[in-house]
Design a protein around this ligand. Structure first.
Ligand code: ADP
Ligand code: MG
Length: 338
């Protein structure tokens, strides 16, 4: 922790909605450190790839040139300073940081509220910035939302490029999963991938954790990873979703919401006025029950599992792309959970 990790590279970073801007910014900085976006400030929720991206920059720079890179977490930077003060070696501390080409601080939010550390960082920042050395910072919050941060620092954090990283959409989650599964050398069928990607939605680290657990269980028990197995192994993770909501409830409420007859849920009519609510209901079944795609299909008048998968993906994609619709579906789901 707090050191450059050679496993985090651009090659194994999956680009998709949510992270493409940060990814492009990181690549641009890796191409020409100090030249364009200085500082580069990446922020966003936990487990979304910030640490991965800044390590990718560091690794790219290492492989390309003899760049001198100081990579620290905000915490380690703080601890080093405390040590230096204790040992009376603050001059060393300073010099060490002022001789680098690239300074990377992960989780800079850690120094907020720590006056001496902020003061020290402020001077380091200025010294490096003046001679056009690259500074890269990550945080869980935007500069504006970092309370307890010195105004002078806040303003400097905004001097370069501030980019936020968002949770990946369904397609990106599926792509990340399949890439990680391939790296781990495990086979995961579509239903399992879909189960994980539709249930674990806002954190790549958790997605990875789920895959790791599945892999370990499969290896240790010699079983293949199918949906039933995945549900069992990950029951605590998926627990939140496992509630006794019946398909009938879902169909009834969604039919009422969209003003259609509940019988249309199982019909094969394709007109949009009924097909669309039906797809929303299929999506809700996947979200709110533990049923498999074929099981859900059976409850919608014997539809094929691919029809359900199509609906689930379509609605998820629409939610990603249309904020109003996303809110609408959230409301429907929240109501069903009540
Ligand atoms: P953060 O620093 O934003 O909390 P991390 O960079 O530590 O998140 O990412 C958590 C885990 O998820 C890491 O193992 C990382 O490799 C992985 N990860 C996150 N986003 C991606 C992505 N787009 N492609 C591949 N792996 C990713
Ligand atoms: Mg991190």
């Amino acid at each position: 922790d707090g050191y450059i990790d050679p496993r985090f590279t651009f090659e194994n970073f999956i680009v998709g909605s949510g992270n493409e801007f940060c990814h492009a910014a990181a690549q641009a900085v890796a191409e020409k450190p100090g030249a364009i976006y200085n500082p580069l400030y990446l922020y966003g929720g936990v487990g979304l790839g910030k640490t991965h991206l800044i390590n990718a920059v560091a690794n790219a720079l290492i492989s390309k040139n003899n760049y001198r890179i100081a990579y620290r977490t905000g915490e380690r930077f703080t601890n080093e300073l405390i040590q230096a003060i204790r040992n009376g070696s603050t001059d060393n501390f300073r010099n060490q940081y002022r001789q680098v080409d690239v300074l990377i601080i992960d989780d800079i939010q850690f120094i907020a509220g720590k006056d001496r550390t902020q003061e020290e960082f402020f001077h380091t920042f200025n010294a490096l910035y003046e001679i056009k050395k690259q500074i890269i910072l990550t945080s869980d919050r935007s500069p504006r939302d970092l309370t307890n941060l010195m105004e002078r620092l806040r303003s400097r954090f905004n001097w370069g490029l501030v980019a936020d990283i968002q949770p990946p959409d369904l397609e990106t989650r599926l792509a990340i999963l399949s890439s990680k599964a391939e790296l781990a050398g495990v086979h995961m069928d579509r239903d399992v991938a879909n189960l994980l990607a539709t249930r674990i939605t806002n954190n790549v680290r958790e997605l990875e954790g789920a895959l790791t657990r599945l892999t370990a269980h499969a290896t240790l028990t010699g079983r293949t990873i199918d949906v039933t197995f995945a549900r069992h192994v990950l029951r605590d993770l998926l627990h939140e979703e496992i509630r006794a909501i019946s398909v009938e409830d879902i169909q009834k409420q969604i039919a009422a919401y969209y003003n259609i007859n509940i019988r249309e849920m199982s019909s094969s009519k394709r007109s949009r006025t009924v097909a669309f609510p039906r797809q929303v209901a299929m999506y809700a079944c996947k979200e709110l029950t533990t049923m498999s795609l074929p099981e859900i299909g059976a409850r919608f008048g014997g539809k094929d599992h691919t029809t359900i998968l199509y609906a689930v993906r379509k609605i998820a994609k629409m939610r990603d792309e249309d904020e109003d619709f996303d809110e609408e579906v959230s409301r429907i789901i929240a109501q069903l959970r009540r």
